[in-house]
Ligand binder design. Structure first.
Ligand code: KMT
Ligand code: NI
Length: 176
């Protein structure tokens, strides 16, 4: 995982868009993002995921493979993933293969780009504005982990502005 401020240049979302200004894990933690890199073999990693799910009471999981060949309605889904949105539950992702970018808004509403790869486990809190894109490798396989039944529905900006999970999130990071 590495993170940096997005350059906000027009053009292909799959390009790095690296402004050259890094963002630390501590900065990410301060906006409620949790990150772990899991060690060992894939089997060891799955055991660690199981342990996390027990400890945090995450009850469901599935796997998603995103590539032009492997995902149905690819173009449409890619657009949905990249629309700025929140969820009413955490977005927990363990990267099994490939790479991609999660963009999250910081306290000053700047985009922070988080580049993820195999072995990265990212927890995006409920209520934070974010989006996802593949990078130029055009391939990622991730385990999606949910508390209960997946609360799939993305709530896009600006409808999310008055959502209570958004308000609670802002309070949790000391911004409201
Ligand atoms: C989401 O919710 O944005 C996704 O599931 C796609 C990213 S998972 C690598
Ligand atoms: Ni999302």
């Amino acid at each position: 995982m590495h993170a940096y401020f997005y350059d906000n240049e027009e053009g292909d979302q799959r390009k790095p868009h690296n402004s050259g200004m890094p963002v630390s894990l501590k900065d990410l933690n301060s906006i409620g993002i949790n990150y772990m890199r899991l060690g060992g073999t894939t089997q060891d990693q799955i055991r660690q995921v199981d342990e996390l799910c027990r400890a945090q009471n995450y009850k469901n999981r599935d796997e998603i493979c995103i590539s032009p060949e492997r995902l149905e309605n690819y173009e449409e889904k890619i657009k949905t993933f990249f629309a700025e949105h929140i969820h009413e539950d955490e977005e927990v992702r363990f990267i099994l293969e490939g790479t991609g970018y999660f963009d999250v808004r910081d306290k000053q509403d700047r985009w922070v780009r988080i580049a993820v790869e195999q072995s990265d486990l990212l927890i995006i809190p409920a209520g934070i504005y974010h989006r996802f894109t593949l990078d130029e490798n055009n391939y990622i396989k991730a385990m999606r982990i949910f508390k209960e039944d997946p609360k799939w529905t993305p709530i896009n900006r600006p409808e999310a502005e008055t959502n209570k999970y958004r308000t609670e999130y802002l309070r949790s990071i000391g911004s409201a």
